[in-house]
Every structure is written in structure tokens, then in C-alpha cells.
Design a protein around this ligand. Structure first.
Ligand code: DQA
Length: 149
């Protein structure tokens, strides 16, 4: 069965108490619950996971196929991880990069994403709505309504 994977990278387990001026007050559990609900209503399963470890994220990505869909908030790995970029390219899974904060409106180092070039797109700066819009797109993509290239 095609699955929608939602992978959250480092420090996102702290949501709710982490710099709420940037990341809001919702916890990761609350965000995941909303995403699972959306996927389920459309007949899909959302596999939501978080890790603080780059290698674990790579191992999870290696299990995906071009038939799946990946919603990924790579956290700070966005700006540092060539390995993460190569993993996504290597399995050729359609992916969206998601950020709660607007990475283009913060410190300069955040405005460069190593991951975006191997994703279908990037949604940044809309708080938890960034994930909701990504899930909406993932569902439409898997239903065949998304514009496949
Ligand atoms: C983030 C933005 C990153 O720059 C930061 O390192 C994070 C969170 C976001 O969701 O806004 O950990 O990915």
C-alpha cells in the first residue's frame, strides 16, 4: 500500500516549548494527530516519526520507493546534510520539504537548503499549516490529481 511518510528531524520533538516565537505552541503529537486524521479520511496511512539522528533518518528514507510520498522537515539538517539530499535522490521518492518558520526570513545560514533541489517543492513559514498544506498535496499526488512530472 502506498504510504505517506512524515519524517521530522532534530529538535522537533521539543515543539510546544521550543522557541514558540519561531515554531508555535503546538506539540509534535498534536501536529501528527492532525496529519494522520487527514490521511485516514482520504484512505491513506500517515507514518509520522521523529529522530534526532541523521543516520536513522537516512535508514528510514532508504525504505521508501517512488510510489510513496515523503513530507520531510529536516530541521537543521536542511542546511548541512549532503547525505540526506543524496538519500532522497537515491530512492527517487516524491518529497516536499516543510518548515514551520520562514527559513528565508531568519539567519542567513538558514536560507540555504541542500534538500530543496531534490524535492518537488518547499513549504516554509506557515507554522503547522506548512505540514497541513503538504499533506493536502501528498494526498492529491497519490490520488493522481497532483501534477506529476
Ligand atoms: C526548521 C527550520 C530550521 O532552520 C531549524 O533548524 C529547525 C526547524 C523549521 O521547521 O522552521 O530545526 O526546520
Amino acid at each position: 500500500m502506498q504510504k505517506i511518510s512524515v519524517f521530522h528531524g532534530p529538535n522537533l520533538n521539543l515543539l510546544g516549548r521550543r522557541e514558540p516565537e519561531h515554531y508555535g505552541r503546538l506539540t509534535l503529537e498534536e501536529i501528527n494527530a492532525r496529519l494522520k486524521e487527514m490521511a485516514q479520511a482520504a484512505g491513506f496511512e500517515a507514518d509520522c516519526r521523529q529522530t534526532n539522528h541523521e543516520g536513522i533518518l537516512l535508514d528510514w528514507i532508504h525504505t521508501l520507493t517512488p510510489e510513496d510520498f515523503l513530507i520531510l522537515n529536516p530541521g537543521a539538517f536542511t542546511h548541512t546534510s549532503y547525505a540526506l539530499r543524496d538519500a532522497i535522490a537515491g530512492v527517487n521518492v516524491p518529497a516536499l520539504e516543510v518548515h514551520l518558520s520562514n527559513i528565508h526570513a531568519r539567519e542567513e545560514f538558514r536560507s540555504r537548503s541542500l534538500i530543496a533541489p531534490v524535492c518537488r517543492g518547499q513549504i516554509s513559514g506557515l507554522g503547522a499549516e506548512s505540514y497541513v498544506l503538504a499533506m493536502d498535496y501528498a494526498i492529491r499526488w497519490l490520488q493522481g490529481q497532483g501534477v506529476k512530472k
